[in-house]
Ligand binder design. Structure first.
Ligand code: NDP
Length: 303
C-alpha cells in the first residue's frame, strides 16, 4: 500500500521547528523578516505575496511589503532592492516574478545581497549549490529533498530521475540529490520528443516531476515501488463521466488543481507519492521561512 506523503503535516512539523528556533533567536534580540518585491499586479504573484505575509505572521516573522507600479523603471526597482539590502529589519528578499517585460530578472536578482537571497536565485548561491556548499537552498528543490528525507529515502546510489530542467526546480533539485551521492538523470522536453522519457523514468527509484504538464507521468512510466515527488501545479477542467466539462453556478467551467502525475493510476504502484495539492507546495512555503531564519542568523554572525 502506497504511502501518501502528507506535505501539510510535514509543513506543520517544520513550522514548529522554525517557531522554536525563532523563539531562541528572539532572546538574542534577532527577529527574522521577509520583504516581498512585486512590480505590477500579476495575479499569481499577488496570491503568493499574500500567502508569504500570512506565513510570516504565523511564525512571528516581520513582513515588509514593497509593491511598485508596473511602469517603474528597472533603475528604480534596483534602487528599492538596494534599500532592502541595507534595511536591518529585512533578513530575506523575495522578488515575485514575473516582472514586467522591461525589467530584467538578472538585474534585480544580481542586486540582492547574497545573504538575503532566500529563494536562492543569485548566481553566487547557485554556484555554492554546484560546489556542494549551499547555505541558502532554493525553496522548491529543497522541499523535494526534505520530503524524501522525512519518508526515510536513502540517497546514496539511488537512481533518481528528474523530469524538467528549469533553473528554478529541475536543475537545482538534481544538484541537491547529486550532492547526496544519488545517481542522477535529468530528462526534459527533448527527452520526451525523442520518445525516451519512459526509458529513463522506468528505472527511477525516485522520480521527481517538475514539467508543468498535467497527466504527463502515467502508470507505465513508473517503476513498481518507486517514490514519486510531483512538483507540478496545473489547473484543469473538471469533467463528468462522459468527459464533458462541468460548469459552476455562473456557467463557467469548474477547475481543479492537479500535478504532473496521473495520481489515481500511479499511486498504487509506488512506495510513496506526494499528492497535489497537499504535497510539495506546503513544504516549499516552510523552506522559505527556514531560509529567512538562516539568513537572519548569518547576518548576526551566528552561522
Ligand atoms: P518551467 O516551465 O520553467 O520548466 C518545466 C520543465 O519541464 C522544462 O525543463 C521543460 O522543458 C520541461 N518539460 C515540459 N514539457 C515536458 C515534457 N512533455 N516532457 C519532459 N519535460 C518537459 O517550470 P518550473 O520548473 O518553474 O515549474 C514546473 C512545475 O512545477 C510547474 O507546474 C510549476 O507550477 C510547478 N511549481 C511548483 C512549485 C511548488 O512549490 N509546488 C514551485 C515552483 C514550480 P523545456 O524548457 O525545454 O520546454
Amino acid at each position: 500500500m502506497a504511502e501518501i506523503i502528507d506535505g501539510n503535516a510535514i509543513a506543520e512539523e517544520i513550522k514548529a521547528e522554525i517557531v522554536a528556533e525563532a523563539g531562541k533567536l528572539k532572546e538574542k534580540g534577532i527577529s527574522p523578516g521577509i520583504a516581498t518585491l512585486l512590480v505590477g499586479d500579476d495575479f499569481g504573484s499577488r496570491m503568493y505575496r499574500k500567502q508569504v505575509e500570512r506565513n510570516c505572521e504565523s511564525v512571528g516573522f516581520n513582513y515588509i511589503e514593497r509593491t511598485l507600479p508596473a511602469e517603474t523603471t528597472e533603475e528604480e526597482v534596483v534602487k528599492v532592492v538596494q534599500e532592502l539590502n541595507d534595511d536591518p529589519a529585512v533578513s530575506g528578499i523575495l522578488p515575485l516574478r514575473p516582472f514586467p517585460e522591461h525589467i530584467s530578472d538578472s538585474a534585480v536578482i544580481n542586486t540582492i545581497r547574497v545573504d538575503k537571497d532566500i529563494d536562492c536565485f543569485h548566481p553566487f548561491n547557485m554556484g555554492r549549490l554546484m560546489l556542494g556548499e549551499p547555505t541558502l537552498t532554493p525553496c522548491t528543490p529543497a522541499a523535494c529533498i526534505e520530503l524524501l528525507e522525512r519518508v526515510g529515502v536513502e540517497f546514496e546510489g539511488a537512481e533518481i530521475v528528474v523530469v524538467g530542467h528549469s533553473n528554478i526546480v529541475g536543475k537545482p533539485v538534481a544538484m541537491l540529490a547529486l550532492n547526496r551521492n544519488a545517481n542522477i538523470t535529468v530528462s526534459h522536453i527533448f527527452t520526451s520528443q525523442a520518445g525516451n522519457l519512459a526509458k529513463h523514468t522506468c528505472g527511477a527509484d525516485i522520480l521527481i516531476v517538475a514539467a508543468g504538464k498535467a497527466g504527463l507521468v502515467t502508470a507505465d512510466l513508473v517503476k513498481d515501488g518507486a517514490v514519486v515527488i510531483d512538483v507540478g501545479i496545473n489547473r484543469v477542467k473538471v469533467l463528468d463521466d462522459e468527459g464533458n466539462p462541468v460548469t459552476n453556478e455562473k456557467g463557467k467551467p469548474k477547475t481543479r488543481t492537479v500535478g504532473d502525475v496521473d495520481f489515481d493510476n500511479v499511486k498504487d504502484k509506488t512506495r510513496a507519492i506526494t499528492p497535489v495539492p497537499g504535497g510539495v507546495g506546503a513544504v516549499t512555503n516552510m523552506i522559505l521561512l527556514g531560509n529567512a531564519l538562516t539568513a537572519a542568523k548569518m547576518q548576526a554572525g551566528l552561522e
